[in-house]
Design a protein around this ligand. Structure first.
Ligand code: 0O2
Ligand code: 0O2
Length: 262
């Protein structure tokens, strides 16, 4: 990489992040439409900023010329799930696309192999084809798949790690490890009541659909009834009009006026 061209270098990474976000958001939408339940809760994505790229290169002794070959998370998307079980469903969705619109290079299971910091997540490193003005290019991208609890912990730990760099106080480190254990227990508890939660979440839209349907039907019936009544009123009017009986017509008009709600 020529450092003066870093903005240009990042263009395909931005494109990859945008495309991947659209693709995984589409899966969420499709699942919601078909199933009313999606293993994907929400998707975020980012291109690593240049200062983090340079810092990572320095930390890992990567020469500038090899940054694109050695740093695998310049493009990164994050998929958040409600339950640990959902993570494995998302992993299968990604695996099913291997050698189609992406190539899986490596999977890192930090859920089974929790990092010393307490970090848990499932990482899939892919090669993603980007269509550039100069033709197709394969670039690395990292897909992180985690639960909401894992994400909560990682987001907070990340900001503290960033603030303290290498000098995080031991007490804080211990507390973060305890918090990671609490997040782990939360995931376990949520998995234990997963069926109950899923029923509640899928019944909710059903119930609101039902109420919507009932109200729409009442409205239709109401309109139909009015139409039927109007037809009967019109028939009666023509009948009275043919007889030219003014008294009856007046009576009829009084009846009509009485029906009008003022
Ligand atoms: P929706 O369905 O309206 O929520 P973007 O470029 O805006 O599409 P970007 O830049 O990645 O996406 O934005 P960001 O802020 O990273 O968040 C991406 C999506 O994740 C946004 O939804 C957020 O609403 C959603 N999100 C972020 N944090 C949370 C969270 O804690 N809980 C939930 N449920 N959603 C969250 P969209 O894309 O605007 O769509
Ligand atoms: P950012 O700011 O998240 O983009 P490493 O050598 O561990 O730094 P490596 O070998 O490239 O990195 O791969 P790894 O460990 O599979 O993935 C690195 C990314 O995972 C990190 O990106 C984080 O997003 C996340 N991650 C890994 N370990 C931790 C951790 O202990 N705490 C938190 N909060 N996140 C972690 P970066 O490069 O840190 O950048």
């Amino acid at each position: 990489m020529e450092i003066q061209n870093w903005k240009k270098m990042l263009i395909p990474y931005t494109q990859a992040v945008d495309e991947l976000k659209i693709k995984f958001k589409a899966i969420r939408k499709e699942c919601k439409t078909l199933d009313e339940y999606s293993p994907i809760e929400f998707v975020t994505g980012r291109v690593k900023n240049i200062s983090s790229i340079l810092e990572k290169a320095k930390k890992k002794n990567i020469p500038l010329s090899q940054i694109e070959d050695k740093i695998e998370d310049i493009a990164g998307i994050r998929i958040m799930c409600q339950f640990v079980e959902d993570i494995y469903r998302v992993i299968n969705i990604v695996r099913a696309r291997d050698n189609k619109d992406m190539i899986i290079i490596e999977e890192r299971n930090y859920i089974e192999n929790t990092k010393a910091s307490g970090y848990r997540s499932y990482h899939i490193i892919i090669k993603y084809p980007v269509q550039t003005a100069m033709g197709e290019r394969f670039i690395f991208a990292e897909i992180q798949i985690r639960t909401l609890a894992m994400n909560f912990w990682a987001t907070i730990e990340h900001s503290l790690r960033y603030k303290y760099r290498q000098n995080m106080p031991h007490e804080l480190q211990d507390r973060l490890i305890k918090a990671a254990q609490a997040a782990y227990l939360l995931d376990q508890e949520m998995s234990a009541i997963r069926d109950e939660v899923l029923r509640a979440q899928t019944n909710l839209p059903e119930e609101s659909h039902l109420v919507g349907d009932i109200l729409a039907n009442i409205q239709t019936l109401f309109k139909q009834q009015i139409t039927r009544e109007l037809q009967a009123t019109q028939d009666k009017f023509w009948q009275l009009w043919e007889t030219s009986n003014m008294e009856e017509l007046e009576l009829f008009n009084e009846e009509l006026a009485a029906k009008i709600i003022k």
